[in-house]
Ligand binder design. Structure first.
Ligand SMILES: C[S@@+](CC[C@H](N)C(=O)[O-])C[C@H]1O[C@@H](n2cnc3c(N)ncnc32)[C@H](O)[C@@H]1O
Length: 311
């Protein structure tokens, strides 16, 4: 996000600016962002160049730019263009052609990986008190999916709560019964998720008991213990383009839809509804709302926490 306009700085922008200093163009001075392209109305020529650039990015890297809110996308493109010292979309397109490694940096900048363990603790309280007891009472095995999982804090938090829930239920088969998958478009974020080592900031919302039990002694940084790590499998996938899933008991998709255009949000939400088994649960982020026809398939059991159950 651009700083200096009353908007808080985004760590991703800082990383991109940092990459400008350390990466391919170390000697280049940091230029101001090409603000007209990042913010204002585009001229017809710029709009054409942007359309061609999006198509090129989609063909070459698979990133479906049309699905992202245009304002967001333009700000992120501006970050990379500034880092590489180009001021026109056509020049950035040529640069991507000449240096395909730039696609990975662009994807890393377009996607935003901020996450935390026990993020929005009241949501996790509801998952612990309402969702998990319901699932444990009805299903023997439990398949969960954290879509847009970033660096893994969300599926690991779920794994921690599931171990505790199985213990409370007197069940010892958690390792056999539970499968959690975390997916994200960003390979670098997933690599960090697999390593499972986190700075103190990622744990600020973590209850003391969970911190003591589910992280290795020492730190910061803090490493998740092996019995939690082994419960989560991470796979790279683009939520916009990946094939339909089925037979899921629980889906988390938090703090991702905000970057998507409403039509795309609606399409993905109805895919989620299809992927859930009857009685399965969907947990959205606090900033997201259920859209479109899918409201008839999903009952808002805990509307404040954006928790829904398939009818
Ligand atoms: C802000 S993080 C949310 C992390 C976690 N769900 C949470 O709420 O703490 C959003 C994640 O969505 C991922 N993302 C963005 N576009 C995506 C796409 N098309 N397919 C899959 N993941 C995507 C980003 O890479 C980023 O890691």
């Amino acid at each position: 996000m651009p700083s200096g306009r009353g908007v808080p700085p985004d760590p991703k922008d800082a990383r991109a600016a940092d990459a400008a200093g350390k990466g391919v163009t170390p000697a280049r001075p940091v230029l101001p962002p090409p603000l007209p392209l990042a913010h204002g109305e585009l001229t017809p020529a710029d709009a054409l160049e942007l359309r061609a650039l999006k198509e090129q990015i989609r063909t070459a890297s698979g990133l479906f730019c049309e699905g992202y809110k245009e304002k967001c996308l333009r700000r992120r493109l501006a970050v990379r263009m500034r880092a590489r010292g180009v001021h026109r979309y056509a020049d950035y397109a040529a640069l991507l052609d000449a240096d395909p490694a730039e696609y990975a940096r662009l994807i890393d900048t377009v996607t935003i990986n901020v996450s935390k363990f026990y993020r929005n603790p009241e949501v996790w309280d509801a998952v612990r008190d309402l969702v998990l007891p319901d699932l444990l009472s009805k299903t023997h095995r439990l398949h969960a999916w954290s879509a847009g999982t970033a660096t893994g804090e969300e599926p690991y938090t779920l794994a921690m709560l599931l171990r505790e829930a199985f213990e409370r239920a007197g069940r010892t088969d958690v390792d056999k019964a539970v499968a959690i998958e975390g997916t994200d478009i960003d390979a670098q974020a997933l690599a960090r998720a697999r390593i499972a080592v986190y700075p103190a900031l990622a744990l600020v919302e973590t209850p003391d008991a969970a911190r003591a039990r589910w992280f290795e002694p020492g730190g910061p940084p803090f490493r998740v213990v092996p019995e939690i790590r082994s419960m989560v499998r991470f796979t790279q996938g683009d939520l916009i383009q990946e094939p339909a899933r089925a037979d899921l008991d629980l889906i988390f998709c938090r703090n991702l839809f905000i970057y998507f255009e409403p039509d795309l949000q609606e399409t993905i939400m109805s895919r989620f509804a299809e992927a859930l088994r009857p009685g399965g649960w969907l947990v959205l982020g606090k900033v997201e709302t259920l859209l479109g026809g899918v409201t008839s398939q999903l009952e808002a059991v805990c509307p404040r926490e954006r928790i829904y159950r398939k009818r």
